[in-house]
Write a protein that binds this ligand. Structure first.
Ligand SMILES: NC(=O)c1ccc[n+]([C@@H]2O[C@H](COP(=O)([O-])OP(=O)(O)OC[C@H]3O[C@@H](n4cnc5c(N)ncnc54)[C@H](OP(=O)(O)O)[C@@H]3O)[C@@H](O)[C@H]2O)c1
Length: 386
């Protein structure tokens, strides 16, 4: 049995990861779980999956959970805060850590888990965007594998397997994007976009941060940087196409002109299962893709003027150093403000661009620099807009 811990078990990826584990109970054992504030769901997960210990957002949630578990006569150690995430991430029993917290809260725990020689299945793209070079180097040094959970990167792994991930043989890769809810909306109407409109993703049901990122196209920008780090591909080889059906998740074109595309239903359990069982292939009973029902597959060039954060992601990715750290941190802060209705949709673009333009560039930040910078940028933006 593979021994697994999950950071973010109550979220969209976290709950679907537990569905994969439930589907193959003979394959996996849950060592520990970390959640944020959703104590009622977390209690149910603890009852069902019987982790050895758990962590929650803060002492307030710890007290709440302890009371709930007492009623059920469940005795289990509960950690809280960043220390809690570190305990879960580096548990000596872990064989695989699922990183499914959105944002950079899981950056330090992921880094420490790698140093403890624990393999990672990574959903949280912000970790690679902020510290991709350091994370990948540390993984190499410790002989640890980092498997992608993001559907596009799991797709690329399958496409690139045919050339054993040799980037020299790759002409280009294409990450597909559904286009989100606004790709057909005229730019002149973006000023009237509300939180409710932005949370209506056409194809995927996901956490609120990634759903807003999909509406601004920042999500695809973060994925471009993620692909660069996962597969060592130059940015000019990483392309994006809008594909409203979300059936083809990524494609690779090789130097000889042949292409391989990966297809699947828009159901995250498939890429999650791929990461959890890799390199094994198991047979779940979820609905499969029916291509005759899909009938047509469309692809369109993205509009960089309408979605400037996609262009900014290429620019900051190319620049490297602290540039993507600032872009990511300012975007996290701006999305949080937008979700709480403190700013308008178009302010997200403005806040992120200004943060990137005004920051003092560091070419080789350490992990400590990155974490400090991340907090600093977020604090400054919150102080200005809250
Ligand atoms: N959802 C998808 O389909 C999908 C696909 C590809 C990639 N991803 C990536 O996967 C990551 C997670 O996305 P998601 O959609 O699953 O997000 P989500 O639904 O918002 O879930 C986030 C999870 O993290 C927990 N959490 C948040 N902050 C925390 C903290 N400081 N300490 C402890 N736990 C914390 C939340 O706990 P509570 O809910 O209990 O507060 C929840 O369990 C993101 O980086 C996203 O880009 C998601």
């Amino acid at each position: 049995m593979k021994k697994i811990s999950i950071l973010g078990s109550t979220g969209s990826v976290g709950t679907q990861t537990l569905q994969v584990i439930e589907q193959f109970p003979e394959e996996f054992q849950v060592v520990s779980l970390a959640a944020g504030k959703n104590i009622s769901l977390f209690k149910e997960q603890i009852k069902k999956f019987k982790p050895l210990f758990v962590a929650v957002y803060s002492d307030k949630e710890k007290d709440e959970l302890a009371k709930e578990l007492e009623k059920e006569n469940i005795q289990i150690e509960i950690f809280s805060g960043q220390k809690g995430l570190l305990e879960i991430a580096t548990a000596s029993e872990n064989e695989l850590l699922i990183v499914a917290i959105s944002g950079t809260a899981s950056l330090a725990p992921t880094y420490k888990a790698i140093q403890a020689k624990i393999s990672i299945a990574l959903a949280c793209k912000e970790v690679l965007v902020a510290a991709g070079s350091l994370i990948m180097a540390e993984a190499k040094k410790n002989g640890v594998s980092i498997l992608p959970i993001d559907s596009e990167h799991a797709a690329l792994k399958q496409c690139l397997a045919s050339v054993k991930e040799d980037s020299a043989l790759v002409q280009k890769v294409i990450l597909t994007a559904s286009g989100g809810p606004f790709w057909k909306l005229p730019k002149s109407e973006f000023k009237d976009i509300t939180v409710e409109m932005a949370l209506k993703h056409p194809n995927w049901t996901m956490g609120s941060k990634i759903t807003i990122d999909s509406a601004t196209m920042m999500n695809k920008g973060l994925e471009v940087i993620e692909a660069h780090h996962f597969y060592g591909l130059e940015y000019e080889k990483i392309k994006v196409l809008f594909h409203p059906q979300s059936v083809v998740h990524a494609l690779a074109e090789f130097v000889d002109g042949n292409m391989i595309a990966q297809m699947g239903p828009h159901d995250m359990r498939f890429p999650i299962q791929y990461a959890l069982t890799y390199p094994k292939k198991l047979c779940p009973d979820w609905a499969r893709l029916n291509l005759a029902k899909v009938a047509k597959l469309e692809f369109y060039e993205p509009d960089f003027d309408k979605f400037p954060l996609l262009r900014l992601a290429y620019e900051t990715g190319e620049k490297g150093g602290s540039a993507p750290v600032i872009m990511n941190a300012s975007n996290e802060a701006a999305v949080s403000l937008f979700l709480r209705k403190k700013i308008k949709f178009l302010d997200i673009y403005k806040i992120v661009q200004e943060a990137v333009d005004n920051h003092v560039f560091l070419s080789n930040p350490t992990i400590e620099h990155i974490i400090r910078l991340d907090h600093l940028v977020k604090d400054e933006i919150f102080a200005a807009y809250e």
